[in-house]
Write a protein that binds this ligand. Structure first.
Ligand SMILES: *[C@@H]1O[C@H](CO)[C@@H](O)[C@H](O)[C@H]1NC(C)=O
Ligand SMILES: *[C@@H]1O[C@H](CO)[C@@H](O)[C@H](O)[C@H]1NC(C)=O
Length: 367
């Protein structure tokens, strides 16, 4: 009798476990099906892109390492643009990049009536792959309705591929890309002024010729200008290694200043800015000066404050000049433009809303 009861208990427990297992199996296989269905509803092409985008040299912003046998050639090519041209040329023009933003930035929702923008990029003898990777990253990662056009200003390049070949290439892109040519070497500022004058968007966004924009880079820049048309907005500048083209997230804890030699410098964001933002690092930082290469500005405001000084010759002056123009506009109400804030400008220090620039790209540049 006791044995019978014992058997019954064992059988019931086993049965219960079997039922639990069956239930779990069914539950999870249902879920797999759900995922499958979700997956199937994605366009097959899109899925292919997603899976392929993680392969290939430099995809997902990874470093490209040149094999030993090619090191000599690599060093030769390095001299042309002062970065690893061989690595750059191996990487797809539309390579994928990681999303390095803070989590809080990824879920932000922006108003659907943001101003639209024209992108102005000045180049001089830029490499084909870096220039076009810049253009592709802008086109691929900007909401189409916000991107009016890309204006490329050629500051008298000599390289043959930047002439007819470039014109033919950009004609195939899905966003209008215009190429303006300076008749003679004019320097960054005069070339930018020429590009700015030709834009038709509400906002002008200046970029360097060797950036890569990450996902969500544009909306926060434009959102600040929508709130306040006198805001001049810079993204965080991430870094692309000049040796390996690895994409490395920059810090959102530094902002622009200058030293007594009037050189632009990065300094730690002061505590008062941290306090003002109540510890929310997704909010923009107010900064005294900007790096100068990458920023958005309302077009009419740019004209009101007198744009750039066309007499600027030396690289690295225009950023402080621009910053002081805003400061002076503020300090001396007689200057054109209205200034509502006790700061020169805003900088959007949100990680990853940011085109990267090459670490050492600035020395051989335009001016
Ligand atoms: C880049 O473009 C090629 C050719 O159009 C395409 O096959 C590839 O999937 C694209 N890569 C990414 C990351 O979108
Ligand atoms: C940009 O925005 C302005 C103002 O809303 C509009 O008039 C213009 O047509 C827009 N440009 C493009 C190309 O969408």
């Amino acid at each position: 009798m006791r044995r019978f009861v014992y058997c019954k208990v064992v059988l019931t427990t086993s049965l219960v476990w079997v039922l639990v297992d069956v239930f779990l199996l069914l539950y999870f296989s249902e879920c797999n099906k759900c995922d499958d269905r979700k997956d199937r509803s994605l366009l097959p092409a899109l899925r292919a892109v997603i899976s392929r985008s993680h392969e290939g040299p430099g995809e997902m912003g990874k470093a490209v390492n040149i094999p030993k046998d090619d090191q000599e050639k690599m060093k030769e090519l390095f001299k042309i643009n002062q970065f690893n041209l061989m690595a750059s040329d191996m990487i797809a023009l539309n390579r994928s990049l990681p999303d390095v933003r803070l989590d809080g930035c990824k879920t932000k929702v922006y108003s659907d009536d943001l101003p639209n923008t024209s992108i102005v990029i000045v180049f001089h003898n830029e490499a084909w792959s870096t220039l076009l990777r810049t253009v592709h990253s802008v086109i691929n990662r900007s909401p189409r309705h916000l991107l009016v056009e890309v204006v490329l200003v050629d500051d008298a390049s000599e390289r043959e591929f930047l002439k007819k070949k470039l014109e033919n290439y950009v004609r195939t892109l899905e966003v209008p890309v215009r190429i303006l040519r300076m008749e003679q070497r004019s320097g960054l500022i005069r070339a930018r002024l020429r590009g700015a004058a030709a834009t038709t968007g509400q906002v002008i966004t200046f970029l360097d010729a060797h950036c890569e924009c990450t996902v969500g880079w544009l909306e926060p820049l434009l959102a600040r200008i929508r709130e306040d048309r006198t805001a001049v907005v810079c993204p965080i500048i991430d870094v692309i290694s000049d040796e390996t083209f690895e994409y490395m997230a920059g810090s959102d804890m530094t902002y622009g200043g200058f030293n007594w030699k009037l050189n632009f410098r990065w300094y730690p964001v002061p505590q008062r800015e941290m306090d003002r933002r109540k510890g929310d690092r997704t909010l923009p930082v107010r900064t005294p000066t900007m790096a100068g290469g990458l920023f958005s500005i309302d077009k009419t405001y740019f004209e009101e404050i007198g744009s750039y000084d066309p007499g600027m010759d030396i690289w690295g002056g225009e950023n402080l000049e621009m910053s002081f123009r805003w400061c002076l506009t503020y300090l001396h109400p007689g200057f054109p433009g209205t200034f509502l804030h006790g700061v020169c400008m805003f900088s959007l220090c949100m990680r990853g809303f940011s085109p990267g620039t090459l670490a050492s790209s600035h020395s051989p540049k335009i001016c």
